[in-house]
Design a binder for this molecule. Structure first.
Ligand code: THU
Length: 132
């Protein structure tokens, strides 16, 4: 199994832990950092709907909490008619730690369905220039 497949497997596995009783839409996300480590997250919903958290945001939080900040590749896994892309807010959060050429892959239970770069998904991303 390649490193890339490992990332997909991690996204699929964490999706099983999604807490999505309101939308019933389970999402898993896996991030590989420049060091090669993998961080995962799932969506965690709340009875107060806007307080729910996306899978990508959970994975970013796990990465930062582990002391890493350099996103090399992302896999988002969900089951839907069209491949699922990160929402607008998550694109901005990914852009904080990724680059325009960072690959974002969409997968379903049967494997990869599409891939983009972060630059495709969020052209002209907001940034504070020198800020980190
Ligand atoms: N969701 C994610 O976790 N990631 C995405 O990229 C799209 C949407 C979640 C948020 C909410 O829990 C559910 O999917 C339905 O929108």
């Amino acid at each position: 199994m390649t490193e890339t497949d490992d990332l997909l497997a991690a996204a699929l596995a964490v999706r099983e832990r999604a807490y999505a009783p309101y939308s019933k839409f389970a999402v898993g996300a896996a991030i590989r950092t420049a060091s090669g480590a993998i961080y995962t997250g799932c969506n965690v919903e709340n009875a107060s709907y806007p307080e729910g958290c996306c899978a990508e945001t959970s994975a970013i939080a796990a990465m930062v909490a582990a002391g890493e900040r350099d996103i090399a590749e992302v896999v988002v896994c969900a089951e839907s008619e069209e491949p699922v892309t990160p929402c607008g807010g998550c694109r901005q959060r990914l852009a904080e730690f990724g680059r325009a050429d960072t690959v974002v892959r969409a997968a379903g239970p049967r494997g990869e369905r599409a891939r983009w770069t972060l630059g495709d998904l969020l052209p002209a991303a907001f940034s504070l220039g020198d800020g980190e």
